[in-house]
Design a protein around this ligand. Structure first.
Ligand code: DGL
Length: 269
């Protein structure tokens, strides 16, 4: 068996923004979402820890949830774990299955869009890695990117802190003043939650929100890989699981995804 579902993996619940967009664009497909709420946030953690958590969770999605393909919605996990998962873990364990990240599809969108001076808002882990700059240089070395870490945004969203967001976002955006940027990548699962607010503060600048580009990128990938596409079941099933469940996680999940969501516990060693 090669698996027949699409898995979506995130460090926590912010990836539900990406899940919502994928599910609404591809309603017939069968999805399992796994949030590693036991270990969120990944942003400040070491790459070794993130790799270990990500491998265990993705292994669970393949073994227990029968996923054919897993999308890592988390930018930090994509950066810390994707390459080793693709080059070492998959060939040794599930050579016919696939794991995709969120960074390359975002940068492809940027390169195709003709942008020239780009701002990047992301977690401290993502910014410190320099991966966005390195990968963009491979696609188009002429595009400039100005990275800004915005570490307070994830805890605001996780803790129902929207009313505190406007001055904090304004402070982060000041870093782009005088840079003549034409676009800003929201390089974190959670940040699309504030995309309207950010758009209001940045007239004339394109805000690149991963929830708005990922569905088209996945559809494009499946079109280029019919051997995967034809294995995927079309029963419209959805399952949401998390490594830890509390009342406040459920509230955050409903705020992000909608009241209809139910999440069950995944016991992952
Ligand atoms: N999912 C993470 C990301 O996209 C943000 C939350 C975290 O730090 O775990 O980078």
């Amino acid at each position: 068996m090669n698996g027949n579902k699409i898995g979506i993996f995130d460090s926590g619940l912010g990836g539900l923004i990406i899940a919502r967009s994928l599910i609404s664009a591809m309603p017939d497909f069968s999805f399992t979402y796994l949030g590693d709420t036991l270990h969120v946030p990944y942003g400040p953690r070491s790459y070794e820890s993130i790799y270990g958590f990500a491998e265990s969770c993705i292994d669970y999605l393949f073994r227990n949830e029968d996923c054919r393909i897993v999308i890592i919605a988390c930018n930090t996990a994509t950066i810390a774990a994707l390459r080793k998962l693709q080059q070492v873990y998959l060939p040794a364990n599930f050579p016919d299955r696939r794991i995709l990240g969120i960074v390359i599809p975002t940068l492809e969108y940027v390169a195709e869009g003709g942008f020239k001076n780009i701002g990047l808002l992301a977690t401290t882990g993502t910014i410190n890695s320099g991966v966005y700059e390195q990968e963009l240089a491979k696609l188009n070395p002429d595009i400039k990117i100005y990275p800004v870490a915005a570490p307070l945004l994830v805890p605001l969203i996780e803790n129902d802190g929207d009313k505190f967001a406007p001055p904090i976002i304004a402070e982060y955006l000041k870093n782009f003043d005088g840079r003549n940027i034409d676009s800003i990548i929201l390089g974190c699962t959670h940040y699309p939650h504030y995309k309207d607010l950010i758009r209001t503060c940045t007239p004339g600048i394109e805000i690149i929100s991963q929830d708005e580009i990922i569905a088209e990128k996945l559809a494009d990938y499946l079109m280029r890989h019919p051997e995967i596409e034809r294995d995927l079941s079309r029963d419209g099933a959805r399952k949401f699981i998390a490594t830890d469940i509390t009342e406040s996680y459920l509230t955050v999940a409903k705020n992000i995804f909608g009241n209809e969501i139910t999440i069950s516990h995944a016991d992952i060693p």
